[in-house]
Design a binder for this molecule. Structure first.
Ligand SMILES: [Fe+2]
Ligand SMILES: [Fe+2]
Ligand SMILES: [Fe+2]
Ligand SMILES: [Fe+2]
Length: 408
């Protein structure tokens, strides 16, 4: 694939803003690709800004500003593909569909077992968010979530949101080793951080736009869970990678995901955007590689250590995979950077007290579910879901009352 020189990447106002997709006829996975690429671009721009503020060399700052400006324009093109008649909640369902089918795809192809476990863990939470927001969609707009997910992704509870609220100590994770990690792990890491960060920012920039009290509260509750997700995923990255190394990997990630999207896109107009932007990313990556060589004397090939990144990231149904993870991992909880069963947690687990505190005056995700139509509410009555909730509530109550844990 060719690259486009940076000076040719700046667009005029009419080029930046393109016609949106049609809300009624768009393929669910075209919408998820738009949402994901917006997240990737935002992550690239935000990371570049953070690095710029810690960089002394004027030449590095100048070149990063050029790439960042192109990335910023790309971000606007992509986000403006979302149509005005798609409601905030409909877009939200799209965000959680991204979270489910992206996370499942990354987890299925993740070579590092700890990173895979972390993906599987949060997969069940975003899966539950899709269901809770579907209840909100029914309550607020009498909408059917199938309009958005189009049968590709199931709408039912995962690990219930009421149990996602953990003390910051329990969001700590181990990081991969930059010298031995597979390039796929590094790409998966940057991709999932971008997606989760974008989701958090979306909930925080839209949740206040409702006058309905419950709608305001559930966006706040789930935005806080996304903050946990951004923390846990962000910590998977090796902090010993230099800033230029991180920049090069981010640009490679942009190219890799655009290329993935181009291979699977069904809308020819949007496919040509993915192809065009992939070419721009190759030049960003090459630019970062030259900086790495000049300022650190390092060969980018020693960082990437691969000729291809496989497999591509594909949006497709993952129902069997998700159901298997639900069967096996519904009651997993993070403790001391590992994952334990709820029944194995010590009374001293920091999140018991935290949950008791944040949930004590009512839980918006639970209240929203009860407002939905019967058929949706029934899905929350599944045996595994009810058992999880009552086990967690009892354990929290016992710990707060100072009663000892039952023998295992
Ligand atoms: Fe970009
Ligand atoms: Fe989520
Ligand atoms: Fe999430
Ligand atoms: Fe870029």
């Amino acid at each position: 694939m060719d690259s486009i020189p940076i000076e040719e990447q700046f667009m005029n106002w009419k080029e930046i803003v393109k016609a949106p997709y049609d809300r009624k006829s768009v393929d669910a996975y075209t919408r998820t690709r738009v949402i994901l690429m917006n997240g990737i671009e935002n992550a690239s721009v935000l990371m570049s800004h953070a690095i710029e503020r810690m960089t002394v060399d004027p030449e590095i700052k100048r070149q990063m500003a050029a790439m960042r400006r192109a990335d910023s324009m790309q971000q606007q093109t992509i986000n403006w593909l979302n149509p005005a008649n798609q409601t905030i909640i409909e877009t939200t369902l799209g965000y959680e569909q991204v979270a489910v089918d992206l996370t499942a795809n990354l987890a299925r192809n993740e070579p590092d077992p700890y990173v895979k476990q972390t993906l599987d863990f949060a997969l069940l939470e975003d899966f539950d968010h899709l269901y809770r927001y579907s209840c909100l969609y029914d309550y607020m707009e009498q909408g059917d979530p199938e309009l958005i997910v189009q049968g590709n992704t199931e709408v039912k509870p995962g690990r219930p949101t009421v149990g996602h609220h953990r003390h910051p100590d329990d969001t700590m994770r181990k990081h991969y080793d930059k010298d031995t990690a597979d390039i796929k792990t590094k790409m998966n890491y940057l991709t999932i951080v971008a997606g989760e960060q974008q989701t958090e920012l979306y909930y925080k920039s839209h949740g206040f736009m409702y006058s309905d009290e419950l709608a305001r509260q559930i966006y706040s509750e789930i935005a806080d869970v996304e903050e946990e997700h951004v923390t846990q995923y962000g910590l998977l990255g090796d902090p010993r990678e230099t800033m230029l190394e991180k920049s090069a990997l981010m640009q490679l990630c942009e190219a890799y995901i655009y290329f993935s999207c181009a291979q699977t896109e069904t809308d020819p107009r949007i496919k040509s955007i993915w192809e065009n932007f992939a070419k721009m990313e190759i030049s960003h990556f090459e630019g970062c590689a030259r900086l790495l060589e000049k300022y650190e004397g390092r060969d980018i090939r020693d960082v990437v250590r691969a000729d291809v990144i496989e497999p591509l990231v594909v949006f497709e149904p993952n129902k069997d995979y998700v159901n298997k993870v639900i069967d096996e991992q519904l009651d997993l909880m993070p403790s001391g950077m590992e994952y334990k069963r709820l029944s194995e947690l010590a009374d001293t687990w920091s999140s018991f007290k935290f949950q008791w505190k944040v949930n004590r005056d009512g839980v918006p995700s639970e209240e929203t579910t009860r407002k939905a139509r019967d058929e949706l509410v029934q899905r929350d009555q599944a045996k595994n879901i009810k058992e999880f909730k009552s086990q967690l509530a009892k354990r929290t109550e016992d710990v707060m009352a100072g009663r000892p844990a039952p023998p295992m």
